[in-house]
Design a protein around this ligand. Sequence first.
Ligand SMILES: Cc1cc2nc3c(=O)[nH]c(=O)nc-3n(C[C@H](O)[C@H](O)[C@H](O)COP(=O)(O)OP(=O)(O)OC[C@H]3O[C@@H](n4cnc5c(N)ncnc54)[C@H](O)[C@@H]3O)c2cc1C
Length: 459
Amino acid sequence: MQGLSHQISLELLSDYAGTFGFLLMTGIAVVSIMIKNKRSKKAVLTLETNQSNNLHEPVSLHPEINAALCVGCGSCVKACPEGKILQLVNNKSSLVYPTKCVGHGACEQTCPLGAIDLVFGTKTRGMEIPRISPDFETNIAGLYIAGELGGMGLIRNAVKQGRLASYHAISKLKNVKHATDVDIFIVGAGSAGFSAALAAKENNCRYKIIDQNTFGGTIYNFPRQKIVTSHPLEFPIAGQVKFKSNIVQKEKLLDVFTQIKDENNLIINEKENFLSLKKLNNQIFSVETSKGTYTAKKVILCMGVRGTPRRLGLANEDLPKVAYNLIDPSEYQNSSVAIVGGGNAGLEAAQYLSKSDLKNKVHLIVRGGPENAFIKANERNQKLVFELEKKKQITIHYNSCVKVIEKDFILIDKAGGDLKLANHALFIFAGAEVPFKFLMSLGVTIDKAHGEKRKLSIA
Ligand SMILES: Cc1cc2nc3c(=O)[nH]c(=O)nc-3n(C[C@H](O)[C@H](O)[C@H](O)COP(=O)(O)OP(=O)(O)OC[C@H]3O[C@@H](n4cnc5c(N)ncnc54)[C@H](O)[C@@H]3O)c2cc1C
């Protein structure tokens, strides 16, 4: 009798446990559906707001999501290093902040179902882009384009593309029978060019690499101590270079580059400007620079997109106080400084120059209002700048542009009226003239991409 009641109570207990387990699982499922729905509604709202503010067109390489294949697993959402640019809407991945996408490509890499393609431009907004094959060869056989000039930003991509373009060029060298000064001629000694030159060195090729400015390219021009986000870089010879938490200071990154360069006796010809090239005998190139003319079997252009900063087109823009990059903020102290531009470069300059020990008066001049002036900047920079504005460490002049530049002051057009600001230094971050006209003069085809799929070699 006692055994029977013990057995019944065990059965009851197991029934209770089963029911409890079932209820718990159902509860968890219901809560998770509720959370998902709430997030989805928020994402729809963000998407609608961005659309009504005309912020629905991506400005560079971006993901195109195939809704028929997407199962809403969210791996792409988690993988994006830029934050909540992708979000789930009705259980499908959606690009809710299109203008903030910089084309990392992590989403495409992570998607387990191949539901994401990386594309340039959209049906309504075309984007100019040099025509390059998956091996980075242009329409001119033997002429390659690698790095940001090809349309993809980021150091990691530039290093990878320089390496792959060079390997491909090297693999075709044997087909060129003519004697030349060098096998491979590389223009630009930024991340892409450096990596391309290392690949040439690794394969015992005769190479020449030139830069109109300095080794390091865009990185060299970053402000002092700028924090750079960088996923592992895969260099020829040196192998993988990793940084803690994928974050590194500019100086450390340049030290790593320099160490690899020196260890491999890589010769970089600085202050040498690439002027033109032509094909000889339909086989080899004649490359003209500011210092001479060279023949080469293959040419890799790694010129980036920042060679010529975009100017405001105003009188006195050549005054020494006007600059297009900020390398050492500590040079500016107790000064009234103005920064033009609401992109990352402008916002980062505002942060560096407003550091309290410098005692500067910082003015940030932007064309749009608070809701759209910073659409090209990342969330972190936007947040930091709004905080500085709140603490009155910087003054943001919305709906404004510089009208007059004089030695000690500038005049800005602020929502219709003029405002005079004392000024000792003026930084202009209005982007750069992308050298596509120059490329076209060399015979390179520039396409207008409207979101067509193309095969890309991206990490
Ligand atoms: C403010 C800012 C912040 C950024 N932050 C990050 C970040 O945190 N993480 C990240 O991964 N990326 C970041 N980027 C992007 C990254 O810096 C670039 O995508 C990358 O450096 C591009 O490398 P590249 O080799 O293609 O071109 P570049 O580094 O621009 O090198 C091109 C080189 O070509 C040379 N050149 C151009 N024309 C000629 C010519 N006619 N003759 C000879 N030489 C020529 C130039 O002088 C330059 O040295 C940032 C960019 C900016 C502007």
